[in-house]
Design a protein around this ligand. Structure first.
Ligand code: FES
Length: 342
């Protein structure tokens, strides 16, 4: 099957089916008007959600898809937000726009025979996409998956997981719920070192792929390190989200006088030690953002003029980079710079 040629242009997607996964989670199957779309399991789509107050960009991991279709598995969050809008408005026959698939949270990072997936809530979606890939390409893979959910009814993909376990002899799955009901025989409670080490005794020797809320991932990162895991063997993917908290580029640039920064025609300044995103937010200019680490693509802006130090972390496609887009959360100015919100 010929896939669409990679492009920086927005994908126009039609919803062709909606499936209930749990009481609060739906899977939307999307088909691009321009033809089949390729993706690597673990990658995400940045969706333009047309909220009444103006569009919101949200990053959702692609949970699956065959034949060039894409599936997004989305949990409905607070009323008025993007996920709730999608649950209430995206139906069979309706359309939506998104940026092309992106992200480096994939099995391309794999360099260890022993793998561990650790997920919380909707964080199961990239894991499921990668697990299906493993089932097809390496069914003997040594994989331990720990998933934390609120209650048994909210455990995603339970039936498919059971089927895959029958085909994958070295797949171990442990599920912990924080509100177990009668008849629940799995783990109980939130993620903790004791619970995780009990479910995956050799966690420190495994390469970990972790996805869930920020606090959850931070806790699992500390547990992996405490169990002797190397920093380079721990990979995270965040989802949804709107506000990064901290400096995303690992190496801090030297402090200096800074440069001029113009955003959509508004002139502000930028210090040498901050990103385009930090400078904008500090001065009241809102740029939509998600992961804050150059991975999700939500903060993509067009570079109109100037030189920059741009360090995307899988969140920018080569086509977008070639067309002059940068990620505001992982880009610093190297001269006076003008950008336009994409
Ligand atoms: S906020 Fe995710 S790439 Fe910038």
């Amino acid at each position: 099957m010929d896939m669409q040629a990679p492009s920086a242009a927005l994908l126009s997607l039609s919803c062709i089916a909606v499936r209930d996964e749990t009481p609060t989670v739906k899977t939307f199957r999307l088909r691009a008007d321009g033809g089949p779309v390729g993706f690597t399991p673990g990658q995400a789509l940045v969706v333009k959600v047309p909220l009444p107050g103006g569009p919101a960009w949200r990053s959702f991991t692609i949970s699956g898809g065959t034949g060039g279709d894409l599936e997004l598995t989305i949990k409905a969050q607070a009323p008025g937000g993007a996920t709730r809008w999608l649950h209430e408005n995206l139906r069979e026959g309706s359309g939506i726009e998104a940026r092309p698939p992106r992200g480096a949270f994939t099995l391309g990072l794999r360099d260890n025979d022993r793998l561990a997936f650790v997920s919380g809530g909707s964080g199961a979606t990239p894991m499921m996409a990668m697990l299906r890939q493993l089932a097809d390409t390496d069914p003997e893979a040594d994989l331990a998956w720990f998933h934390a959910a609120r209650d048994p009814a909210e455990v995603l993909f339970a039936r498919e997981l059971a089927e895959l376990q029958a085909r994958m002899p070295n797949l171990a799955v442990a599920i912990s719920v924080s509100r177990p009901g009668p008849g629940w025989f799995g783990y109980r409670g939130r993620v903790s070192r004791g619970r995780l080490a009990s479910a995956i005794p050799d966690l420190g020797r495994r390469q970990v792929f972790c996805c869930g809320p920020q606090g959850f991932m931070q806790e699992v990162r500390l547990i992996h390190a405490a169990e002797g895991g190397a920093r380079a063997q721990f990979h995270t993917e965040s989802f949804g989200g709107v506000a990064p908290a901290a400096a995303p580029i690992a190496e801090a640039a030297p402090e200096g006088p800074g440069f001029g920064l113009t955003v959509n025609g508004r002139a502000i300044g930028i210090r040498a030690d901050e990103t385009l995103l930090q400078a904008s937010l500090r001065q009241g200019v809102v740029i939509p953002c998600g992961c804050g680490e150059g991975m999700c693509g939500t903060c993509m802006v067009q570079l109109v003029s100037g030189r920059v130090d741009s360090r995307p972390n899988g969140g920018l496609t080569p086509e977008e980079a070639a067309e002059g887009y940068v990620l505001a959360c992982s880009t610093r100015a190297a001269s006076d710079v003008e950008i336009r919100l994409a």
